[in-house]
Design a protein around this ligand. Sequence first.
Ligand code: CTP
Ligand code: MG
Length: 170
Amino acid sequence: MGLDLWAILLFIIPPYVANAAPVVLGGGPAVDFGANAWDGKRVLGDGKTWRGLLAGVCTGVLAGAALSYWLSAPWMLVMGISASGGAMLGDLAGSFIKRRMGMERGKPSFVMDQLLFIVFAMAFSAPVLMQELPAVLYPESVLIILLLTYVMHRAANIAANRLGLKGVPW
Ligand code: CTP
Ligand code: MG
């Protein structure tokens, strides 16, 4: 046991990049193409766009590829793909749940906005993490990752709001 901050850092970089990129690069057609779900509310809402989704996956995978190259660790690319894909799916799942709960696009939800993407990233990366960075899956590491993600997410969104990239600071 013991906290392996290096392993944690390696794991979080691709999903953090994937989650942040759409704020800058997103826009255009919505993932749900404007469709409503059975409850008459949007399936995902206008905050989830194809461009944002693609930008998130591509930049996250790129970050994983760069780390993989620098570290001469092929599995880092695999983790970049699983963690970025997981992060973006978690982000979509969060919006889906928010819409079903009747929350408008952009309304803050602690779990859905800040934690679901990293939980999905971790779940999707679990097989490669078990093989290559098992320390990331220790309970104390998971706790640190959740806390760190909350703090980073808050800070990044306040910064994005001040820079005029986001209308609200969350
Ligand atoms: N974004 C995007 N495509 C995605 C994810 C995000 O274009 N797949 C962009 C949108 O401009 C979005 C912004 O990034 O408004 C911030 O993302 P997020 O906070 O996840 O979306 P919200 O607008 O808050 O919508 P929701 O309530 O559904 O979370
Ligand atoms: Mg939001």
